[in-house]
Design a binder for this molecule. Structure first.
Ligand code: HEC
Ligand code: HEC
Length: 332
């Protein structure tokens, strides 16, 4: 029996309790569950997908992921398809067609939805999750739930999870947290880190480098990190700890969690600099995380249950906020 079918057999017995990606690994202990370590996992090869109806849908999902700007961006040939508000690709953040460990990979994601999410304080579906990134990371509009594009994303995600048992604990899901320094992040110091380590690719002005000309539907070689063509302030990448975790373990491009180029402090400060630059605004952020006690400490929009100002939620230090929230929710 090969590894994949062994895992599939284990799935019959496996039943894990899963929650948000970062804590997925921690939760499965309640019940015996197979563990899949994405750092040792070979994702399926898109070149092997057949040309039947399902295969075509999977390949379209792959194209939507790697070349989102071409199909759904503001320059898409059909104006009715311009659902995304920027020229990023899903792959700009979900690296390597969303297979890169600790870069919010979609491998295994299909198997954990529907899933409780604190942002809505409700159970959400994988389609809602796609639309969360469409409206925030892509600064655009929700895709119709019954449209071909949504079906293609979901088919691609399901195919990426081939061989991963339902309920498996996924190592490498989400991002790998940094240990945040016990001080507020320093955007001034971050500006220097940016100039030294990021500007060569993303540009001194943060506007990235296009593959060709504006309007050519080819997107970016190096995506912008702020300004009108970037993610909006409702996006996960606008949250200090999420973004620092992503940057530390994935940037400069080619970096992996095994050999980070930046220290925790550099990642913390450089993201404070990036996220203090102008970018599109998302309305209605006060409605996120209706259960305020479950609002992540780095969500920088009021209202807050903890009494700390928005500034501290944006830049830290976070330990005092964590301590207060713990007190309020009566957790030991
Ligand atoms: C600017 C960066 C960025 C872009 C671009 C982006 N995402 Fe995301 N995405 C994130 C981050 C960060 C998270 C995890 C944190 C969160 O919950 O917001 C995430 C989470 C997800 C998840 C849930 C993954 C999990 O482990 O539960 C899905 C599904 C997803 N994104 C789909 C998409 C799709 C589809 C696109 C393109 C249409 C896209 N994303 C574009 C940053 C991005
Ligand atoms: C060697 C070039 C290079 C360097 C240096 C680099 N990046 Fe990137 N970065 C990229 C590329 C390319 C992508 C998009 C990946 C893709 O499209 O496959 C990206 C994506 C990103 C993203 C998510 C997409 C977006 O537009 O928001 C963030 C955030 C980011 N980089 C931050 C940084 C920071 C901060 C630094 C410095 C510490 C840095 N990068 C250094 C090449 C680079």
């Amino acid at each position: 029996m090969n590894t994949k079918s062994a895992l599939a057999a284990a799935a019959v017995l496996a039943f894990g309790v899963l929650s948000e990606p970062a804590v997925r690994a921690a939760h499965g202990a309640d019940a015996p569950a197979a563990t899949v370590d994405l750092t040792k996992w070979t994702p399926p090869d898109i070149a092997t997908v057949k040309d039947d109806d399902l295969g075509k849908l999977i390949k379209y999902g792959y194209a939507l992921t790697t070349e989102t700007y071409k199909h759904l961006g503001p320059e898409a040939a059909d104006p009715a398809m311009r659902y995304a508000g920027n020229n990023l690709a899903c792959q700009s953040c979900h690296l390597n067609a969303a297979t890169q460990p600790y870069s919010m990979p979609w491998t295994g994601v299909h198997a954990v939805f529907p899933l409780y999410r604190a942002r809505e304080d409700a159970v959400s579906t994988i389609e809602e999750r796609v639309n969360g990134c469409m409206q925030r990371s892509m600064n655009g509009k929700a895709l119709p739930l019954d449209g071909t594009e949504m079906k293609a994303f979901v088919a691609y995600m399901k195919w990426l999870s081939t061989g991963i048992p339902v309920g498996a604990r996924i190592e490498g899901a989400g991002t790998r947290p940094i240990k945040d320094p016990p001080r507020a992040a320093d955007p001034g110091r971050g500006r220097q880190v940016y100039a030294d380590t990021c500007a060569t690719c993303h540009g001194a002005d943060g506007q990235g480098v296009r593959r060709g000309e504006a309007g050519d539907r080819e997107g970016y070689q190096f995506p912008p990190l702020w300004g009108p063509d970037s993610y909006n302030d409702g996006a996960g990448m606008y949250r200090a700890l999420t973004a620092a975790a992503f940057v530390r373990h994935n940037m400069p491009l080619g970096t992996t969690y095994e050999a980070p180029a930046l220290s925790d402090e550099d990642a913390y400060d450089v993201i404070a600099f990036v996220n203090s630059q102008p970018r599109p605004h998302k309305e209605g952020m006060d409605k996120d995380f209706p259960n305020r006690l479950r609002k992540p400490v780095d969500m920088p929009f009021p209202p807050f249950a903890d009494g700390f100002p928005a500034e501290q939620h944006k830049y830290g230090p976070y330990d005092p906020i964590r301590a207060r929230l713990k007190e309020l929710s009566g957790r030991p």
